[in-house]
Write a protein that binds this ligand. Structure first.
Ligand code: SF4
Length: 190
């Protein structure tokens, strides 16, 4: 990866006044990566560990992908780039604040330009779907995920694997029976 770009990202303070801690971009990528996973923003654990998806949501995401932690953190395979690179803090109900809106427009295109082998982008949750699919989204996140074939081969929309979506997963069994097998096949295909 471009050392200059990485240096610029790690020196970024653009939205620092809105963050609960000093900026700590939590990302992982290498220019060889074929699959980009775009989540929301690091949660508190991922922030403390300085490792994306090193939390229960990450465990669920890895089970969806059917990959081991070693495979998941192979930066030549997966680029782990959230919509907001720094932990945005938590509200009084225990949910994380949304990713900072300044971040993706500032960095994503620069990173994607470096990913010469990129073949698939997983849009995990509503924020990345809004940013990348815009008005091609359906009326709801559920419909967008259910219409995943409309966005292939470049994008695959997924719900966020947070505990907050456990009820959603129970209500929509087609996600596990239909979408996950397609996701796993796409992950494995070269
Ligand atoms: S969230 Fe993004 S824009 Fe804000 S300080 Fe961190 S790297 Fe910069």
């Amino acid at each position: 990866m471009s050392k200059l770009l990485l240096k610029q990202i790690h020196a970024c303070t653009v939205c620092s006044e809105y963050l609960p801690n000093p900026p700590r971009p939590t990302i992982n990528f290498h220019p060889d990566a074929e699959i980009m996973i775009i989540g929301q923003a690091p949660g508190r654990l991922a922030h403390v560990n300085h490792k994306p998806w090193s939390d229960p949501s990450g465990n669920r995401l890895r089970s969806w992908l059917n990959v081991t932690p070693e495979e998941f953190y192979d930066a030549r395979r997966f680029a782990l780039i959230p919509m907001g690179f720094c932990y945005p803090g938590t509200d009084i109900k225990g949910g994380d604040f949304p990713p900072r809106s300044e971040c993706a427009p500032l960095w994503h295109a620069k990173i994607r330009k470096q990913l010469k082998n990129l073949r698939l982008t997983l849009l995990v949750g509503q924020y990345s779907q809004k940013f990348y699919l815009g008005n091609k989204r359906k009326a709801s996140m559920t419909e967008t995920v259910n219409s995943y074939r409309d966005y292939l081969p470049n994008f695959l929309p997924l719900p966020h694997p947070s505990w907050r979506n456990t009820v959603w997963l129970k209500k929509h069994p087609w996600f596990e029976s239909e979408v996950l097998p397609v996701l796993r096949q796409l992950i494995r295909s070269n």
